[in-house]
Design a protein around this ligand. Structure first.
Ligand SMILES: [Zn+2]
Length: 209
């Protein structure tokens, strides 16, 4: 027999008592019809693999040149951090801090936390910080703005192209791949399943002690 649990609708706050859905089944809110649960196969494995790929890609995306431009015989190449430093030197430090946090610190924290959580669940390792990490990652989703940064890079490239030919660096390819991975990561992560697994791990750990 299927066990029943409760879930709160994130749109209308209705508390719904439901039977655990099978893989492929969907549960919608009976009041506002928002999709509440849609369990899929190997969610934890997929999140772990995507987080690992994102963690690796983060370094070339941030430390390899994004674009190179040759102007009057001088070749210049820039990494993401150069943009932040340029804003600091132009005394636009409030903007520099926001760009630094939303394009470097928060994405790194989000990927690292995702790797930590999915890694612990994948290897069935209880950890007293799992609940804390889940709360942080939930808040970080609202602050990671890689897509906005990508848009500004595209605008800058289009403008610079009119002045001089550009050479795209490996950093840009890694950055595009990183955006793709983080988007997949957010859409793939099944928070409901993660909370259930964390609760189970904590219970098993308490019984074992
Ligand atoms: Zn609802």
């Amino acid at each position: 027999m299927n066990s029943t649990s409760y879930v709160a609708c994130p749109e209308c706050d209705l508390l719904i008592n439901y039977a655990q859905p099978k893989v492929g089944e969907k549960i919608h809110c009976p009041r506002c019809d928002v999709l509440l649960l849609k369990p899929s196969k190997q969610t934890i494995e997929r999140t772990f693999a995507l987080s690992f790929a994102g963690f690796i890609l983060f370094f070339p995306a941030n430390f390899l040149p994004l674009v190179s431009i040759s102007l009057f015989g001088n070749a210049n190449s820039d990494i993401i951090m150069s943009g932040v430093l340029a804003l600091f030197t132009k005394t636009m430090w409030p903007v520099a801090i926001v760009v630094f946090l939303t394009s470097i610190v928060f994405p790194f924290a989000q990927i690292s936390l995702s790797l930590l959580i999915s890694g612990h669940l994948y290897f069935n390792q209880p950890n007293r910080y799992l609940i804390c990490w889940m709360r942080w990652i939930h808040h970080l989703n609202e602050w990671v703005m890689l897509e906005v940064y990508m848009l500004s890079i595209i605008v800058a490239c289009v403008k610079l192209m009119a002045i001089s030919p550009l050479k795209f660096g490996w950093g840009l390819y890694a950055f595009v791949a990183l955006i793709f991975i983080t988007t997949l990561l957010i859409s793939n992560r099944d928070n409901h399943l993660f909370w259930q697994r964390i609760e189970q791990l904590c219970k098993d750990n308490n019984h074992a002690n």
